[in-house]
Design a protein around this ligand. Structure first.
Ligand SMILES: Cc1cc2nc3c(=O)[nH]c(=O)nc-3n(C[C@H](O)[C@H](O)[C@H](O)COP(=O)(O)OP(=O)(O)OC[C@H]3O[C@@H](n4cnc5c(N)ncnc54)[C@H](O)[C@@H]3O)c2cc1C
Length: 519
C-alpha cells in the first residue's frame, strides 16, 4: 500500500511547489490551491513535526513584542488571532492569562496596565474580553499557586491557544488536497533546485521507501523554516546567512497551577509561560543560539536548570526530579545581530532567494501563519500576472464545517476533529472499532484507522504526537503504543518486524525528550 506515491507525479508540471509542511507551508498550499493554482507540497517528515510541534501553542499578539515597540507585528498577529478563532474554532480557543504582581518583577504593575491597555487598543474589534486588574485577594482566590502573602494582585488578559498546531497544519494540508493539491509527508525535496529556462526542476525522494521523482514548477515556495539555511546552502553552494536559529525548550511537570501564568525569570527577567495542559504544567521557554540540525535539538540539563531556577520563587516545591519530559525546537529568525530575544519576529518574503524562481519565507509565528501564507501566494500571483483573491480568512477549515451537527460526538473527539468527529464515529460503529486504545485515555481504535485512511498518518509517532493528544499525557502515550502499531500494521499491511520497529522508533523519540536526565 502507498508504494507508488511519487510514481504517479513523475514528470508532471505544477504551478507551485511548496517545500516544507510546517504550519506555514501547509497554509501556503491551502491558499494557493484555493486560488486555483496547481500545487504540490512535500514535507520530509510529518506535517507540523518541525518547529510547529515545539511551540508554546499560544495564538497571541505577544506582549513581549509590545515592549520592543513592534506595533506592526502585534497588530497583525492580534488580527490573525481573531481570524483563527473564526476559521478554526475547534482548534483555537480563548485562554486567559494571569500576571501575578510579585516583588522583583522587571516591569511595574503600572507599566503592565499601560501595556495591556495598548494591547487591547491594538485589537479594537476583538471578540475576547478586555484585560482586568485583580486585587491581592482576588488574585489569591484566582489560583491556588497565587495564594501567598507576596502576591500583591494580578493582571488578567486574554489571548488564545492552539493546543494542537500539528492538527492545524494538517487541516490546512487536507483542505489543500480537497481542492486538488498534491500533498505528501515523508517526501523530501532534494536540493539543488535547478532552472530550465522559466521552469524549475525539483527532485523529490520518498523518505520511507526511497522512491524518487522529477517534477517541474513554475514557482517554488520555500517554507523550510529552521532548515532554510541548510537547503539554501546546497542550492547556491554557500551559506546564505539570512536566518538566525535559536533553540527553545519547555519542561513538563505535574500540575503547579490551574491557570495560565505569565512569569518573569529570576535569572534574567525574561518573560515565561506556565500553562496547564492535560493535568500537567508546561513551562517555557528558552532562547539560545543553536547551530546544529534542528531535527536533533534536545533540552539539556542546563536548559532545564535555567527554567527551574527561573520559576523557583513561584513554584518553590518544583525540582529536577519532577520534570517528566521536555520539548525542544528551533526558531528561524530573520537575521540581525544582538541578543536573540531582541530580534523581531516579523516575517519576510524574499523573492528570487536563494535562487531565481524561489520565493522564500523567512521567520514568522504560528499565530500569523495565514497572513504570511497570503503574502507568499500574493507574490506568486504577481509573478504569474494573476489576480485571484485570497479566501483563506473567511473559509473555515475542514473540521470547522458542520460542527453544529457534531454535538452528539464526545467532547474529546470534537476537540480533535471538529465536525469530522462524526466520520470517526461512523467508522467506529461500522468497523467495530469503538474500544479504547488504553485505559488511561479516551481515544478509541477508530481514530487510528481514520488517521491512516484520511489523515496521512504513516508512523506510530505521527498518531501519538500529532494526530491526537496521547503524546501530551503523563506517559506520553506509551501505554497505547503497541496497540496503535498493531492497528496501523493491519491497515498498512506491515510485517511483524515493522510493528516492533515502529514501537522502537517511537520509544527512541520518547527518550530524546528525557535526555536531560542522563548524566
Ligand atoms: C520554543 C518555541 C515556542 C514557540 N511558541 C510559539 C507560540 O506560542 N505561538 C506562535 O505563534 N509561535 C510560536 N513559536 C514559533 C512557531 O513555532 C514557528 O514560527 C512556526 O512553527 C514555524 O512554522 P514553519 O512552517 O515555518 O516551520 P516548521 O514547522 O519547522 O516547518 C518546516 C518544515 O520543513 C521541512 N523541511 C525542511 N527541509 C525540507 C526539504 N528539503 N524537503 C521537504 N521538507 C523539508 C521540515 O521537516 C519542517 O517540518 C515558537 C517557537 C519555538 C521554537
Amino acid at each position: 500500500m502507498g508504494m507508488s506515491r511519487l510514481g504517479s507525479i513523475d514528470g508532471e508540471q505544477f504551478d507551485v511547489v511548496v517545500i516544507g509542511g510546517g504550519i506555514i507551508g501547509c497554509g501556503v498550499a491551502r491558499d494557493a490551491a484555493m486560488r486555483g493554482l496547481r500545487v504540490a507540497l512535500f514535507e520530509r517528515r510529518d506535517f507540523g513535526s518541525g518547529t510547529t510541534a515545539a511551540s508554546t501553542r499560544i495564538v497571541h499578539g505577544g506582549l513581549r513584542y509590545l515592549e520592543m515597540l513592534d506595533f506592526r507585528l502585534v497588530r497583525l498577529d492580534l488580527k490573525e488571532r481573531e481570524t483563527l478563532l473564526r476559521i478554526a474554532p475547534h482548534l483555537v480557543e480563548p485562554l486567559e492569562f494571569l500576571i501575578p504582581f510579585v516583588s522583583g518583577m522587571p516591569v511595574s504593575p503600572l507599566k503592565l496596565r499601560l501595556g495591556l491597555t495598548v494591547y487591547d487598543a491594538l485589537s479594537p474589534d476583538t471578540t475576547l474580553p478586555r484585560h482586568r486588574i485583580l486585587s491581592s485577594a482576588a488574585a489569591r482566590h484566582a489560583d491556588p499557586s497565587l495564594d501567598r502573602n507576596d502576591v500583591r494582585g494580578a493582571a488578567a488578559y486574554y489571548d488564545a491557544r492552539v493546543d494542537l498546531p500539528e492538527r492545524l497544519a494538517l487541516e490546512n494540508a487536507l483542505d489543500a488536497q480537497m481542492r486538488g493539491a498534491v500533498i505528501h509527508n515523508y517526501c523530501e525535496v532534494v536540493p539543488p533546485v535547478s532552472a530550465d529556462g522559466e521552469v524549475r526542476r525539483v527532485h523529490v525522494r520518498d523518505t520511507l521507501n526511497a522512491e524518487e521523482a522529477d517534477i517541474r514548477a513554475r514557482a517554488i515556495v520555500n517554507a523550510t523554516g529552521a532548515w532554510w539555511e541548510e537547503n539554501a546552502r546546497v542550492d547556491t553552494g554557500r551559506p546564505a546567512g539570512r536566518i538566525r536559529t535559536t533553540k527553545g525548550i519547555h519542561i513538563v511537570c505535574p500540575a503547579q497551577a490551574e491557570r495560565a501564568l505569565v512569569l518573569f525569570s529570576a535569572v534574567d527577567r525574561r518573560l515565561l509561560f506556565a500553562i496547564p495542559r492535560y493535568g500537567q504544567t508546561w513551562i517555557g521557554t528558552t532562547d539560545t543560539d543553536y547551530a546544529g540540525d534542528p531535527a536533533e535539538a534536545q533540552a539539556t540539563t542546563t536548559d532545564v536548570d535555567y527554567l527551574l531556577t527561573s520559576v523557583q520563587a513561584m513554584f518553590p516545591k518544583l525540582e529536577l526530579g519532577d520534570v517528566r519530559y521536555t520539548t525542544a525546537g528551533v526558531r528561524a529568525l530573520v537575521k540581525k545581530t544582538g541578543h536573540p530575544s531582541a530580534v523581531s519576529r516579523m516575517h519576510q518574503i524574499a523573492r528570487d532567494v536563494p535562487s531565481p524562481g524561489v520565493i522564500s519565507i523567512l521567520g514568522g509565528k504560528i499565530t500569523g501563519y495565514r497572513a504570511i501564507a497570503e503574502d507568499a501566494v500574493d507574490a506568486v500571483c504577481r509573478r504569474f500576472n494573476l489576480s485571484a483573491r485570497c479566501e483563506t480568512a473567511r473559509t473555515p477549515l475542514p473540521g470547522a464545517r458542520g460542527t453544529a451537527s457534531a454535538t452528539e460526538a464526545p467532547q474529546f473527539l470534537r476537540a480533535l476533529y471538529g465536525g469530522r468527529a462524526l466520520e470517526v464515529m461512523a467508522l467506529a460503529r461500522d468497523a467495530d472499532l469503538e474500544h479504547q486504545l488504553a485505559g488511561a485515555y479516551p481515544d478509541i481504535a477508530a481514530q487510528v484507522v481514520f488517521a491512516v485512511r484520511s489523515e496521512r498518518c504513516r508512523r506510530v509517532s505521527d498518531f501519538i504526537w500529532r494526530r491526537t493528544r496521547l503524546g501530551a499525557s503523563a506517559d506520553q502515550g506509551w501505554s497505547a503504543a503497541l496497540r496503535v502499531a498493531e492497528l496501523m500494521g493491519a491497515e498498512l499491511a506491515w510485517p511483524r518486524e515493522q510493528i516492533a520497529a515502529e514501537v522502537e522508533n517511537y520509544s527512541r523519540e520518547v527518550s530524546a525528550t528525557r535526555a536531560f536526565k542522563a548524566p
